[in-house]
Ligand binder design. Structure first.
Ligand code: GLU
Length: 293
C-alpha cells in the first residue's frame, strides 16, 4: 500500500531516451499511472536525457508514442533534464562550496588499469552494489593547492562526492520508507557502499544521481515508483537530499520484468520493446498480461 501524504501526491515516470522502451518500462509507467490515479494525485513524465551522446529525439518521440498507445496520460509540461543543467550546476556548486565534493582527474582507462594491476595480485578491488570498482583515493587525498594547480592547468576532470566527509555532514544515520516488492518498511540507507560517487563529468554536466534528486524536489514528487534495480541507489539519493536540504519522497521499488531466460530486460533487446509489440499487432491488454498485470 502506498501512503498518502498531505501534499497532493505526485508520481513520475522518468525514462532515458537512449533506446526503445521495453516491457519493464511499461510495468513502471503503468504502475505509476495507476498508483497516482488511486491516490488522487498527478502522473508526471520526465525525460532523463543528460547523456546527450546517447539520447536522441527519435527515442524521445518513441516514449510518447509508446505511453499513449498504452493508454497513459501525463501532466504537461514534460520536464526534460537537458533543459535544466543550470539547476544541477547550482546544486553541485553548493556541495563544492561546502568542501564535500572534489575534482577527480583519473580517466576511466586509468582507473581500469589500476584495478586490473591490483587484482592481478589475487585480491579483489572493492566494488559498489552495481559491481563497478570504487574510485581510487588519489584525488580525494590531494591538498587544496594541488587541486587548484591542476584545475588551473585545465586538466579534464569530473566532480566526485567525498563520501566520508558527506556522511560526517549528515546528522546521524539515513533511512527511507519503502513499500515495494522487495524489502519493506524503514530501510537503513548505506551510501558508503557506493564510494565517492560521481556527480558531474567533463562530458556530462550532471550525473543521474544529482539530477534525479534535484528534479524530484523541483517537481514536488511525493512517491518514487521505479524498478528494484534502483533500490540500492536510493541510499545515494537520501544522502544527497539530506545534504541539499531537499524533501524525502516515499519509495516503492517494483519487481523487474525478466526475459524467458530469467534475465533483466535491456534496451538493446529490441524483441521485448513496446514498439515491436505494437508492430506485431498485439494489444495493450495482451502486453499487460505478459507483464503480470
Ligand atoms: N532514468 C532512469 C531509467 O531510465 C530511471 C530513474 C528513476 O526512476 O529514478 O532507468
Amino acid at each position: 500500500m502506498i501512503e498518502i501524504s498531505r501534499q497532493k501526491p505526485k508520481f513520475r515516470f522518468a525514462p532515458s531516451p537512449n533506446g526503445p522502451l521495453h516491457l519493464g518500462h511499461a510495468l513502471s509507467a503503468i504502475l505509476n499511472h495507476e498508483m497516482a490515479a488511486k491516490a488522487g494525485g498527478d502522473f508526471l513524465l520526465r525525460i532523463e536525457d543528460i547523456d546527450q551522446a546517447r539520447c536522441t529525439p527519435d527515442f524521445e518521440a518513441g516514449i510518447f508514442a509508446d505511453l499513449a498507445w498504452l493508454g497513459l496520460r501525463w501532466q504537461e509540461p514534460v520536464r526534460r533534464q537537458s533543459e535544466h543543467f543550470p539547476a544541477y550546476q547550482e546544486a553541485l556548486q553548493a556541495l563544492i562550496g561546502r568542501g564535500l565534493v572534489y575534482p577527480a582527474f583519473l580517466t576511466r582507462g586509468e582507473v581500469k588499469a589500476r584495478v586490473t594491476a591490483f587484482e592481478a595480485g589475487g585480491r579483489p578491488w572493492p566494488r559498489d552494489p552495481d559491481g563497478t570498482p570504487l574510485y581510487p583515493p588519489d584525488d580525494r587525498k590531494r591538498d587544496g593547492a594541488e587541486r587548484q594547480r591542476l584545475l588551473e592547468a585545465g586538466l579534464r576532470h569530473a566532480w566526485r562526492l567525498d563520501m566520508e566527509k558527506a556522511m560526517a555532514a549528515t546528522n546521524g544515520p539515513l533511512h527511507w520508507r519503502e513499500s515495494g516488492d522487495g524489502e519493506r518498511g524503514d530501510i537503513a540507507a548505506d551510501p558508503a557502499a557506493w564510494g565517492d560517487v560521481v556527480l558531474s563529468r567533463s562530458d556530462a554536466p550532471s550525473s543521474y544521481h544529482l539530477s534525479v534528486v534535484v528534479d524530484d524536489a523541483v517537481q514536488g514528487i511525493t512517491h518514487v515508483v521505479r524498478g528494484l534495480d534502483l533500490f540500492h541507489a536510493t541510499s545515494i539519493h537520501r544522502l544527497l537530499q539530506t545534504l541539499l536540504g531537499l524533501p524525502e519522497p516515499l519509495y516503492h521499488h517494483h519487481r523487474l520484468v525478466l526475459d524467458s531466460d530469467g534475465r533483466k530486460l535491456s534496451k538493446s533487446m529490441g524483441d521485448t520493446g513496446i514498439a515491436e509489440w505494437r508492430r506485431q499487432g498485439l494489444s495493450p491488454a495482451e502486453l499487460r498480461r505478459r507483464i503480470g498485470l
